[in-house]
Design a protein around this ligand. Sequence first.
Ligand code: AMP
Length: 420
Amino acid sequence: MSTFKAPKGTYDLIPPDSAKYLAVREAIAAPLRNSGYGYIETPGFESVELFARGVGESTDIVTKEMYAFETKGGDRLALRPEGTASVLRAALEANLHKAGNLPVKLWYSGSYYRYERPQKGRYRHFSQVGAEAIGAEDPALDAELIILADQAYRSLGLREFRILLNSLGDQECRPVYRAALQDFLRGLDLDEETLRRADINPLRVLDDKRDDVQKQLVGAPLLRDYLCDACKAYHEEVRELITAAGVSFEDDAKLVRGLDYYTRTTFEFVHDGLGSQSAVGGGGRYDGLSEMIGGPALPSVGWALGVDRTVLALEAEGVTLQLPAATSVFAVPLGDEARRVLFGVVSELRRNGVAADFSYGAKGLKGAMKNANRSGARYTVVAGERDLAEGVVQLKDMESGEQVAVGVNEIVAELESRLS
Ligand code: AMP
């Protein structure tokens, strides 16, 4: 071990487990690629101000969890705590919304940073795959994203997740509800910080995880009862489209989420095998965000799914992914001449797309065969001086244990035909 360890709240992805993370990212991306979403990559840091305005001045993410710093040049930057604000900033900067093809549909995959209290499923560095559909107000778009996330989780073999759905209303009906909720909250026995929160962002109090707070919230007014007709109709349409697609969900009138930019459709994917950090993904509509960061009105909707928690959910359900073996053929040379010959065979196999590896370093047959076993290769090719003198190599099927001599010039073709 070196003197150094991974920083608190972080961990390394190491083979063989790291293959699961790649597979999860790929499984989430596949339905997006298949539905018109283009890949976008933005910097790992942005101006602090983008997140302050985009995520919300009073959110935990901005007030407590951001890795903010000043550069030597005097710029105030922050490691990105989430993806949506950056993606929208990039889309606006590149004028994607002016190309006349709305919505602009984008997907991304990357690392995010929040200075949180670490625990299982909650890290300071984590990984998300996300999707944003920018510049269209259409319930079918909200439904599309929910259906694609459902498809992604199902393709991985997950079953014990639930979709929670709510509407947060819009500029017209939310303020009325907000005032009613504030009235209600002022009558409760809450600590000072929570009362302050009730002043700045009362909806977030509904999300308080403490039992004594939740008990007091039992009779709280619900946004559902305050939605204007347009929001009600919009939400009903989203619900119908998802239902028609065979995706089941639960209405959750108290679902608010921790970011300020959401309007109308809000949803969260929760997994029941994960304990307190049960949200594996979430998202919603953010019709006002573009204007909040200085852009034109661009109603949009998106989600982000957490890769770390999705892997934990797979483990909780006991799902093992069908991962292709990393290596199909492992070559074991005995002697210098065999090294040259088999190294050539391995290079040719690789050029032809066969996953092959080689026994490096001066090892005896026993040690080399141990490596071959560990590699998971289906076939091992062994050659010594006597084999080469006869113009052959030994081809061993690691599953059956059966071994045959194959001509040096035929071995590549023989392996390709056996593996196809
Ligand atoms: P949020 O932007 O908070 O809605 O997060 C979206 C998803 O990212 C969550 O549902 C989690 O799966 C994941 N996520 C958020 N914060 C963390 C964290 N600190 N550690 C691990 N995963 C996280």
